[in-house]
Design a protein around this ligand. Structure first.
Ligand SMILES: Nc1ncnc2c1ncn2[C@@H]1O[C@H](COP(=O)(O)OP(=O)(O)OP(=O)(O)O)[C@@H](O)[C@H]1O
Ligand SMILES: [Mg+2]
Length: 365
């Protein structure tokens, strides 16, 4: 990370006797697309509001470009926020809405005009400049809110679930646009969402929050492939948990027993010890189904199983299979061929499941 744009050091926020944000420390790099991801009530908006200056931390300190902002009011921080409900001025045109913040700064008329034209171009709305918000679609209003926030050229843009009011198609289109815009502007974006797919798609770095705390900070692949605990594993995408007992450790790998007989290997966690009861996590798309017996190798685990559920959904076939010890495992098979023999397998068929040993991971206890 080159320069640090925003830093939180041991930041907490207490409302009465409720701790909404609990000792959060994180660093956000200059120009990064950083997401705060977590379920409703985990403290995302509160964290964002503290960075913006609308709330003061009850403990800890926030730094913008290395300077503690402690008790600086919002307008003295070079930070701008886009809220979920946009809050456009209904009686003003699009151009007036966007120009508003600049007029407060007593900028010359021609400079304002130039900047407004420039950002309306950026958000693909130049032809809408004279309309009022009520004459725009939801997505267009969202773009006006975006234009209004970036026209002041903030160092940091805070976005609180800005896409949640839009329908699915528009939300997906706006994801691309937002990311593109962020790349072009090079501004630090701090993006709040409870939508894991949105966070995975757009972010350079994600902080997964759990009840006011940061559970994990990492790049999307780190968060997805190497979740640090059960909470993160379960929150991001679909995942299998296989209860197991550790029998042997060798370098980065652990050998474990699932039930009494099924022996597999997986990446160990730093804390893993022999004899420990834990779980191996494995993503459904990492598992290959075979109709005929295949052998385990140094690289891959193989277990036999019986299919107990099947759902064919066009792009994929989702199976649930029961292992010999009774545990269930989900598998996502991609329907590559039109006439795919695996996709024709059905409930009660016996199958063999294989996956790369390194695709499984022991959870830390
Ligand atoms: N002003 C306040 N007074 C008391 N409690 C508050 C206040 N603001 C937020 N909270 C509580 O703090 C917790 C975190 O709220 P916050 O709005 O940060 O959650 P969030 O992660 O943004 O959730 P959502 O996804 O629903 O927007 C919640 O339990 C909320 O009820
Ligand atoms: Mg919120």
């Amino acid at each position: 990370m080159s320069e640090i744009s925003v830093e939180l050091k041991n930041v907490s926020k207490q409302f009465g006797d409720f701790l909404a944000v609990n000792d959060v420390s994180l660093q956000i790099g200059e120009g990064q697309f950083f997401s705060l991801l977590g379920p409703s009530g985990c403290g995302k908006t509160t964290t964002l509001r503290m960075i913006a200056g609308f709330e003061l931390p009850t403990a800890g300190e926030i730094y913008l470009r290395g300077k503690p902002v402690g008790h600086l009011p919002p307008f003295k921080r070079n930070v701008n926020t886009i809220f979920q409900d946009y809050a456009l001025f209904p009686h003003m045109t699009v151009a007036q809405n966007v120009a508003f913040g600049l007029e407060m700064e007593k900028m010359s008329k021609s400079e304002i005009q130039k900047r407004v034209d420039e950002v309306l171009e950026m958000v693909h709305l130049p032809q809408m400049a004279q309309r009022r918000p009520a004459q725009l679609s939801g997505g267009q209003q969202q773009r006006v809110a975006l234009a209004r926030a970036i026209v002041k050229r903030p160092d940091v843009l805070l976005l609180d679930e800005p896409l949640s009011a839009l329908d699915l198609k528009l939300r997906q289109a706006m994801r691309f646009e937002l990311k593109e815009l962020q790349r072009r502007l090079g501004i630090t974006f701090i993006f709040v969402t409870h939508d894991q797919e949105e966070a995975l798609f757009m972010s350079d770095v994600i902080a997964v929050m759990d009840s006011g705390k940061v559970a994990q900070i990492g790049s999307p692949p780190e968060i997805y492939h190497r979740p640090v605990n059960r909470y993160v594993a379960d929150f991001i995408g679909e995942i299998n948990f296989l209860d197991c007992k550790v029998t042997h450790l060798d370098g980065e790998m652990a050998t474990v027993l699932v039930g009494d007989k099924i022996e597999i290997q997986a990446m160990r966690a730093p804390e893993t010890v022999v004899g420990e009861k834990s779980s191996v996590i494995i993503r459904p798309e990492k598992i290959t189904i075979h109709a005929n017996e295949v052998k385990a190798t140094d690289q891959r685990n193989v277990v036999s199983a019986v299919i107990v559920e099947k759902a064919w959904i066009g792009t994929d076939t989702h199976f649930t299979a029961r292992l010999q010890d009774g545990s269930k495992i989900r598998i996502r098979h991609q329907n590559m061929a039109v006439d795919d023999s695996i996709a024709r397998l059905d409930v009660n068929d016996t199958v063999y499941l294989s996956w790369q040993k390194k695709a499984g991971q022991m959870l830390s206890s």
